[in-house]
Design a binder for this molecule. Structure first.
Ligand code: XMP
Length: 317
């Protein structure tokens, strides 16, 4: 098969897929869980071109997304691509279910299971849906028997009995990006760094609390902003912050503090099986530290994780 490496090849692929999708779907209705990740976004954009309003995208905000992410999905798909988009803010449902749960795998299972429940509820509200759109890509088929699920999260409702529609299932990630760009998706979506399904939930280690989750979200936003300003966006493979569930003493304005540390993680890899640590220039590290200490509530220390994979994993949970 020809690899899609140029805008011209992407155009040809898009036209071919539009025809194939129309043939498969006819005037049927398609439902798609839109996470805002590259794969589901490209799949949705293709389906919008092919069948327009007969596609309903459902964006479930589990409350564990990065700052501005849900807003971007709504803006791009509803306002720019004219999609039929259902936005569900299920933050409270997820955080209530996760309250007091500290085991990482248990957290993942709860997030995955609740996601399916929320999605199913929405699916039942829409009449006459026969198809489920899914951004399965070729590595998903190679790695996990064709199930779009990682680490116990996802794996959409087989029990809904929908026929699958998977227009990018023979593409590799780099090809999906070329197609996404050609479909007019913004670079921030198309070249987005990998983000785990359970989101910030695995970076707010142990039992998630709303205040510590906010510290993860705010510190992550500062890190991303400073990396972008320094021209590192798209050059470093993955970077984010973690807020562990323990405190240490600090001092501010003559008062003793008992607050959390923020840990910075920035790694490079080709396949996520091994990873090396990015050498962040000292002035940049210092600037990020100062901003986090000044702007993020409940934080009194900033640390940089220098551990490669192995023996540390990329995520902390
Ligand atoms: P680790 O921590 O295993 O991460 O070195 C390797 C890559 O996988 C991502 N990751 C996940 N992705 N659901 C996902 O969709 C998950 O539960 C999950 N856990 C880790 C991680 O961000 C890194 O890119």
């Amino acid at each position: 098969m020809v690899r899609i490496t140029t805008p011209e090849l992407a155009d040809a692929f898009i036209n071919e897929q539009i025809e194939a999708l129309r043939k498969q779907i006819g005037d049927g209705k398609v439902l798609l869980a839109l996470s805002g990740g590259v794969d589901s976004s490209v799949c949705a954009a293709l389906l919008i071109k092919a069948i327009g309003k007969n596609l309903t995208c459902v964006h479930v905000n589990h409350g564990l997304l990065r700052k501005g992410e849900a807003e971007q999905v709504v803006d791009v798909f509803r306002n720019h691509l004219g999609a039929n988009l259902v936005y569900i803010d299920a933050t409270d449902r997820f955080l209530d279910k996760l309250a007091g749960v500290s085991d990482p795998e248990q957290k993942r299972k709860i997030i995955g299971a609740e996601f399916i429940v929320v999605f199913e509820e929405e699916a039942k509200k829409i009449e006459g849906v026969k198809f489920l759109g899914q951004g399965t890509i070729y590595p998903d088929i190679l790695e996990s028997n064709g199930v779009k699920a990682h680490h116990n999260v996802g794996g959409l409702p087989e029990r809904l009995g929908f026929e699958l529609v998977e227009p990018v299932k023979l593409l590799f990630k780099d090809e999906v990006r070329v197609v996404g760009k050609q479909l007019g998706l913004p670079d921030s979506m198309v070249f987005r760094q990998p983000f785990p399904g359970p989101g910030l939930g695995v970076r707010c280690t142990g039992a998630i609390t709303r205040d510590r989750l906010e510290a993860v979200r705010e510190s992550d936003a500062i890190l991303r902003e400073e990396f972008a300003k320094a021209g590192l966006e798209g050059k470093v493979w993955q970077y984010f912050t973690i807020v562990p569930d323990y405190r240490s003493t600090g001092v501010k304005d003559g008062k003793r503090l008992w607050d959390w540390p923020v840990v910075i993680r920035a790694v490079n890899t080709t396949d996520a099986m091994t990873a090396t640590v990015e050498e962040i220039p000292w002035p940049l590290l210092n600037k990020i530290t100062q901003r986090i200490l000044a702007e993020v509530k409940g934080v009194n220390r900033v640390l940089y994780d220098l551990s490669p994979k192995p023996c540390a994993t990329i995520e902390w949970e």
